[in-house]
Design a protein around this ligand. Structure first.
Ligand SMILES: [Zn+2]
Length: 441
């Protein structure tokens, strides 16, 4: 399994942090925990196909935790999804989604399987399949809020192929039966016990998602023995009072849950916008529980790195600032967001002929599904200059966004800060192309 934080802010997004959402990738399916604004875009950037979403789990009805839900459902509809979608959350989620759909007159072509959790339960399995189950428990927040645990069921042990050959077992059905724990009687009457051929069962992977909450026993129960616990750490120790007052945890609270639950790895997220240096929170968490990581948007966390490395390739390159930049040649640069290629549409009479990016010869124009170039279909609406504005945002990782985002700035003016001169390729970033995620991954 792979855990990909998509949004690690709390309450309000910042220039570099999105609203809460965490994706769990397992064997080609995606399970989304919370769905804040922008989750679906972050999925694309992380290299996760939206069509692969199997289930969406909403913790509670604070707007920042579900504000991306309707947008995502709308996208799935536009993608002509056929597969059923599981939608799990506190009671009310069905009414919310159905009201929205009927308000906008949208008819969904796929089935929505709602699982609503009443506020009087203490523990419930909201999903249960042959391979895994998901358990929900109420947490301690200002309103009814659920924590989730995704648990793979134990896998059968490995078959000893050499021994099986000795006994003359070749049939798939015989292997299946032995793996299921049944004994096997061969044609000559020999009985083979399952344990002779099949090793010990292998424990399933596990992941717990705990936010928003104060410290509470149910958080520990959800996280008990998990491989990865994603826990909120909205505040630092200095604001412990505020944490209690607002029904949130400090980094030390998260560490306490991890310690008591003996989880293998604690990942903290859901940070208050007031913290620009998250290492303060990391330090406080590590004082209580050393194997703690900071959640990093789009940075995947592998439960078993040896098996899963390379499955997800983020479409936005993550830069390790502690390492020196490799000296890659300019020839590798693939161009960037092709606003030149979109210049035909948008604003009447607008658009700069030829585009503004000299290195765009490698650019392949966005194509619609029927293969025709789509031109400017207006994902960003009206202005090429606006597109360039978002380029800047992306290329600079948000750090300087604020200082350059003034609406009054005249982008036609030639006083462009050379830092943002996108005719010079920024080699450290692999820009996204205009492709949607069809046919990817
Ligand atoms: Zn929250």
């Amino acid at each position: 399994m792979i855990v990909v934080p998509l949004g690690i802010a709390s309450a309000t997004p910042t220039s570099i942090r999105h609203l809460p959402s965490v994706a769990l990738w397992r064997e080609g399916s995606v399970f989304l925990f919370d769905c804040g604004e922008n989750s679906q875009m972050c999925m694309l950037q992380a290299g996760l196909k939206r069509s692969k979403i199997d289930s969406i789990f909403i913790t509670h009805f604070d707007v920042d935790h579900y504000s991306g839900l309707m947008g995502l459902i709308s996208t799935l509809q536009l993608q002509r999804r056929e597969k059923e979608l599981n939608l799990i959350g506190p009671k009310g989620i069905k009414e919310f989604v159905e009201w929205n759909l009927s308000f906008s007159g949208v008819e969904i072509s796929f089935d929505l399987n709602f699982v609503e959790v009443n506020d009087d339960i203490d523990e419930i399995r909201v999903l249960d399949t042959d391979d895994y189950y998901v358990e929900a428990r109420p947490l301690k927040h200002k309103k009814f809020c659920l924590g989730y645990r995704f648990q793979e069921k134990d896998k059968p042990g490995k078959v000893d192929a050499a021994k099986a050959e000795q006994y003359g077992i070749t049939d798939d059905e015989q292997f299946k039966s032995l793996k299921a724990g049944n004994n096997l009687t061969l044609e000559d009457g020999t009985v083979i016990e399952s344990y002779e051929i099949v090793g010990h069962p292998r424990p399933g992977d596990s992941f717990a998602y705990v936010t928003d909450t104060e410290y509470c026993p149910n958080a520990v129960k959800l996280a008990m023995g998990t491989n990865i616990l994603y826990h909120e750490a909205t505040f630092g120790n200095q604001l412990a009072d505020k944490a209690k007052e607002t029904g949130h945890s400090t980094a030390a609270d998260a560490a306490r849950v991890a310690t008591e639950a003996q989880t293998k790895l604690l990942v903290i997220g859901h940070f208050s916008a007031r913290y620009t240096n998250l290492h303060l929170l990391l330090k406080e968490a590590r004082e209580g529980f050393y194997p703690t990581w900071l959640a990093h948007e789009l940075r995947p966390i592998f439960t078993d790195p040896s098996h899963e490395r390379g499955i997800i390739e983020p479409k936005v390159e993550l830069i390790d600032l502690t390492k020196k930049k490799p000296n890659s040649g300019a020839g590798n640069y693939r161009g960037g967001r092709p606003s030149g290629g979109r210049s035909g549409g948008g604003r009447p009479g607008g658009g700069r002929p030829g585009g503004h990016r000299s290195g765009s010869k490698n650019f392949r124009p966005r194509k619609s599904r029927d293969g025709a170039p789509s031109g400017n279909r207006g994902r960003y609406g009206t202005s090429n200059h606006d597109n360039r504005g978002s380029d800047r945002y992306r290329q600079n990782d948000g750090g300087s966004y604020r200082s350059n985002s003034g609406g009054s700035r005249d982008y036609n003016n030639s006083d462009r800060n050379s830092r943002y001169d996108d005719s010079k390729p920024n080699k450290s970033i692999t820009p996204r192309t205009g492709y949607d995620d069809f046919n990817r991954f």
